[in-house]
Design a protein around this ligand. Structure first.
Ligand SMILES: Cc1ncc(COP(=O)(O)O)c(C=O)c1O
Length: 457
């Protein structure tokens, strides 16, 4: 991706066209300056070490063909290539960049709403990890959702899962109905329901799997094909999984959406969002439109947020794998506990989506929803009876959090009143389980008490 003219329009340059897979010809001489192009008279050209030093390895022609994603997470955004270059990329907060002598050109950094070295590094890494042609970084997950809806025209129809992140439901219901978008919520675990709800104006299929908060699994490959066969755009909100767990573009989806605020950021300290697009000439017009929307509307991720996010991505694979391993243990213990009525976790054999999950997910994820034996008050009391697990919304951080989900959602939500949504962090699973179990024992009445109607409130 390259900086563009001030309109933000035009064709895109793919940084991975670079045959060496590293800094391009014309790059600033390899000086030991902290800021690459800071010497007098130097033009802050695209291709300076600040923005473009990287090892991708995603292509056969790369200098390191076939780099594994764990390595790309470390080197695809930034890689010091010459003596004196910093291991960590510089933070480039400047909103404005000096023009080259011939005036502004598409190859120059110019204005940070259009592009910025830190954003470029982050977008390159996200595209590389997801196997996409380009990524676009936004200031929040919802800004990315908004950009995705904006590629549609008034009158277009969108199909969304009936169990999805309530913020997306609220956005389309409260805002986009006024702009003329029509929509239906369907059970995406039943592709027949999807086709039945479609109409001649359907243009987009919104997929969220595992769904929030019920962890229903829908078949990305089947749904993406269904969409492609009908000329609809398929978007997969993969916030709960990350490329460590599932890669929707490989399964045929057009766009992957992230609230990077969650696992990709991972430390509960950066708000962000991203879209990653598949390649292909046929998809280029949509990608160009998204890029224009990002640059013209300007809900872009700040340079510092991009810098932090890139830093987080370096540990993504170890974090998420460890969180998934912890979650699998906790899910099993929950499922065996008498105070628990039901556990929703695709890694459990009795989960209705476990077969599809095993086909499209490398790991079962680190999110668990479970229903305690009792009612809303029982669940609320369990949530506040822990000392290690933090009662808080959101997910994907290194600290475990949980919440009574129904009270966080929209009015009329069908989320069961006794459901707790747990985001498993990086604490030792034994410590987590000890904390969770004592909360369950302290709050949930024993089976015989419950049978007698002595429900705790
Ligand atoms: C699945 C999912 N998608 C999108 C979003 C929106 O992201 P953000 O809060 O970063 O705007 C969230 C936030 O919780 C989410 O859980």
């Amino acid at each position: 991706m390259s900086p563009k003219s001030s309109s933000g329009e035009g064709s895109m340059h793919d940084p991975r066209d670079n045959p060496k897979g590293i800094s391009q010809k014309g790059a600033t001489p390899k000086k030991t300056m902290p800021k690459g192009a800071a010497q007098k008279g130097a033009t802050p050209e695209r291709g300076t070490p600040r923005g473009d030093n990287h090892l991708d390895g995603g292509s056969e022609s790369g200098r390191n063909p076939g780099l594994h994603p764990e390595s790309r997470a470390l080197h695809a955004g930034w890689h010091p290539d010459a003596p004196g270059e910093p291991l960590a990329p510089s933070w480039d907060p400047s909103t404005v960049f000096r023009h080259p002598e011939q005036g502004l050109s598409g190859d120059s950094w110019s204005y940070t709403r259009l592009d910025n070295p830190n954003r470029s590094q982050l977008e390159r890494t996200l595209a590389s990890l997801e196997g996409g042609s380009e990524a676009l970084a936004f200031s929040s997950g919802m800004a990315a959702v908004q950009a995705a809806f904006h590629i549609l025209e008034p009158g277009d129809h969108v199909l969304l899962p009936d169990d999805l992140y309530h913020g997306v439901r609220n956005l389309i219901t409260d805002q986009y109905a006024r702009w003329g978008l029509t929509f239906d919520f369907v059970d995406m675990t039943r592709p027949g329901d999807v086709t039945a709800a479609a109409n001649p104006k359907t243009r987009m299929l919104w997929i969220e799997t595992p769904s929030n908060p019920m962890l229903r699994i829908s078949d990305i490959r089947a749904l993406s094909k269904l969409a492609a066969d009908r000329g609809w755009i398929s978007v997969v909100d993969s916030t709960w999984t990350t490329p460590v767990v599932q890669r929707p573009l490989e399964l045929g989806a057009d766009l992957v959406l992230y609230s990077t605020t969650k696992y990709l950021g991972g430390h509960s300290d950066v708000l962000g969002g991203a879209l990653v697009a598949r390649g292909g000439q046929d998809f280029q017009p949509i990608l160009d439109r998204l890029r224009s929307l990002q640059r013209q509307a300007g809900a872009v991720a700040s340079p510092f947020d991009c810098w932090l996010m890139l830093r987080s991505l370096k540990t993504l694979y170890v974090r998420v794998r460890s969180q998934c391993a912890g979650a699998a243990l906790i899910a099993e213990k929950l499922a065996a506990h008498p105070a628990v009525e039901k556990v929703h976790y695709p890694g459990l054999a009795d989960h209705p989506g476990s077969q599809i999950a095993s086909e499209q997910m490398d790991l079962p994820g680190a999110m668990i929803s479970f229903q305690v034996r009792g009612n809303e008050y029982t669940a609320l009391r369990v949530v506040s009876a822990c000392s290690l697990v933090i009662p808080a919304t959101s997910l994907g951080g290194v600290e475990s959090t949980w919440e009574h989900r129904k009270t966080s959602e929209f009015e009329g939500t069908s989320t069961p009143e006794n459901l707790i949504r747990l985001s498993v962090g990086l604490e030792h699973p034994d410590d987590l389980w000890r904390d969770i179990e004592q909360a369950l024992i302290a709050v949930v009445p024993k089976r015989d008490e419950n049978a007698g109607g002595a429900e705790a409130r």
